[in-house]
Design a protein around this ligand. Structure first.
Ligand code: AHR
Length: 615
């Protein structure tokens, strides 16, 4: 792209809040990601019957049995505890083991803070350890002076590792006899800015390095939840000591969250990044259900209480609670988004009387916080020019775009003709998601960068923007690409991350007149012969391309990595002719005939493969 800058022709002022970040607990962005907790399923709530991520081992002469119990619990927030029945002969030991989030990152010289709650009748020695997965190398060990009695008691200890192992595990080692009922087992490494219950420093640092102007939280679909209203984000269940947080099912993204990363932690993240918090509230809708519009007062109350907790004086009910939880100063939420993607044409898509819901929230919020900047939803997914179709005024509109690089590059001028008297635009979610693999690509990042330059040129009307989503734990992701990807010990930014970083760190104050020559003409129809695997994704039909089955027109195998197109969803797939022949009896797959399938400027050629199951 060649750019001609006319410095004598000053354009619009650049919005001081233009670049921010979008945080959602997707792909283990919080538990197993930014939230530094190392014990997975720490409260034993992750499954009704099983005890995922925990196991036992016993030496000869020792026995250990586990049982989930739901009586005599630590408090009402806890739904279960783990009862251990231990019997060890002299010199024999039995262990309860946690594997962490696909390994605990033991680092030589690093000190880890352990805490857990226990009661029971156990008599004997108890040790905490970090070991390798086989359990035959001990990286850290401490004796717990734990006299386990009838009353729930909190135990704390420290472990300092003497070696590096990204897949270490945590062990509680017993050599005595009796029962221990255990709950809220927690192990923390040092955290970003040394916050208690804080964040993983390497991941938080990458966010810090962007110097974002705002932090949008907690989503995304995470705001809405799925299946039942209990699975939505309810701020009041995510504050206070970790043992008082029940956690909830993150059904949208298919795992349970401890809510250890809760309302305070989100607000503290914004504070630690010197960014403004942007809170997204639920308007009484979740994926698969809703509170009727005339009964949403409890949701409005919940929103008002959250705002009082964040902004109220310490003399107010919730301001006092914030002070009790360690933050007497208000957090000052200035931006509030009313709903997430809830203004959809299809009422089945988490949308119902959106404008009426919006108005009820708006009236309540502005009556108490007249300076609050309110953000409304417009159609997300599929509409390139979403409109606000209500006479109710709204300061900012949240547009979402998940498209291919060509779309972004070609939308450099998108905002040139937006009505300057209308609402400001917040591009709350955008990313190249289509056709470029899970790890991001330079092509994707360039498309985004061109689009962002167009945003800057129109920054009088587009005043805020955030790439989405940010994080993915590579051991269990459900959305790709994401700009920061990691395992227990490693992290990298995709090219898109570096575009965000470079653009946000080099933002000016005024736009100068720019003419550009853009040779970035994307091939609208590329032919890609491929074998596809089709399955049901989070949103619907999802097609992935097999790594070995990719071949050129003559059938010659071509090397490629697995290409998932998780966001080619929401009905964006078009089929040609009789390509999709039948829907199988199982809802989870459709059968493709050899032929062509088009999506977002690509034609995928599907060819048959013997014994290919769903392919
Ligand atoms: O960013 C991933 C998802 O995309 C968000 O949860 C949702 O708002 C959007 O549909």
């Amino acid at each position: 792209v060649t750019i001609h800058v006319d410095a004598s022709n000053p354009g619009v002022k650049v919005s001081p809040n233009l670049y921010g970040i979008f945080f959602e607990d997707i792909n283990h962005a919080a538990d197993g990601g930014l939230y530094a907790e190392l014990i997975s399923n720490r409260s034993f709530e992750d499954d009704e019957k099983n005890i995922p991520t925990w196991k036992t081992s016993a030496q000869e002469g020792a026995k250990i049995q586990t049982q989930l119990i739901n009586k005599g619990l630590l408090n009402k927030a806890q739904g279960k505890a783990l009862q251990l029945t231990i019997a060890a002969k002299p010199a024999a030991t039995a262990s309860l083991i946690n594997e962490g989030f696909w390994g605990i990152n033991a680092v030589q010289g690093r000190t880890y803070k352990l805490s857990f709650w226990a009661k029971g009748s156990y008599k004997g020695g108890l040790k905490a350890r970090l070991t390798n997965t086989k359990g035959d190398k001990v990286y850290a060990e401490t004796s717990l002076n734990a006299k386990v009695g009838k009353k729930w008691t909190k135990y704390t200890a420290e472990l300092t590792a003497n070696a590096n192992d990204a897949k270490a595990q945590f062990e509680l080692v017993a050599d005595g006899k009796g029962t221990i009922v255990l709950d809220v087992v927690s192990l923390f490494p040092p955290t970003f800015k040394n916050r208690e219950n804080g964040l993983r420093p390497d991941l938080a640092q990458l966010l810090y390095n962007i110097h974002p102007k705002f932090v949008r939280f907690p989503g995304g679909c995470y705001v809405e939840g799925q299946e039942s209203p209990e699975n939505a984000f309810h701020w009041e269940k995510t504050i206070g000591p970790i043992e008082e947080r029940p956690g909830h099912k993150n059904v949208n993204w298919r795992y349970r969250t401890s809510d250890g990363m809760g309302f305070d932690e989100y607000l503290q993240l914004a504070e630690d990044l010197n960014a403004k918090p942007l809170y997204v509230v639920n308007v009484g809708l979740w994926h698969g259900g809703m509170t009727p519009v005339d009964s949403i007062q409890p949701w409005i109350d919940e929103c008002m209480n959250a705002l009082e907790y964040a902004n109220g004086p310490v003399t107010s009910k919730y301001g006092a609670l914030r002070a009790k939880n360690g933050h007497p100063e208000p957090y000052n939420i200035e931006y509030l988004e009313i709903g997430n993607e809830n203004n959809q044409p299809d009422p089945a898509a988490q949308s119902d009387h959106y404008y009426e819901r919006f108005k009820k929230f708006k009236d309540a919020v502005l009556a108490k916080y007249p300076k609050m900047h309110l953000i409304g939803n417009v159609v997300a997914w599929g509409d390139d020019n979403p409109k606000w179709e209500s006479n109710e005024s709204v300061e900012l509109l949240d547009e979402h775009y998940y498209r291919n690089p060509a779309w972004f590059a070609e939308n450099f001028n998108k905002y040139d003709n937006y009505n300057r008297k209308g609402s400001e635009i917040y591009v709350g979610e955008y990313a190249v998601t289509q056709g470029f693999g899970n790890m991001g690509s330079l092509d994707a990042a360039l498309g985004e960068a061109v689009y962002m330059m167009g945003i800057e040129n129109n920054s009088d009307i587009v005043t805020m923007a955030s790439y989405a989503p940010i994080f993915a734990n590579l051991n269990n992701r459900m959305w790709a690409p994401d700009m920061i990807q990691y395992t227990s010990d490693k992290v990298f930014g995709t090219p898109s991350y570096y575009v965000q970083n470079v653009m946000a760190n080099n933002i000016g104050t005024r736009v100068l007149k720019v003419n550009q020559e853009n040779p970035y003409k994307y091939e609208q129809t590329q032919v890609k012969p491929a074998i596809c695997r089709v399955g049901m994704g989070t949103w619907g039909t999802q097609v992935s391309f097999e790594d070995k089955g990719y071949s050129d027109e003559n059938g010659k195998a071509l090397p490629m990595t697995l290409q998932e197109l998780p966001t080619d969803i929401h009905g964006q797939w078009k089929t040609e002719g009789s390509l999709i022949k039948q829907t199988s009896n199982e809802e989870s797959c459709i059968r493709l005939n050899p032929g062509e399938i088009t999506s977002n400027g690509y034609i995928y050629k599907v060819r048959a493969k013997k014994d290919a199951g769903n392919e």
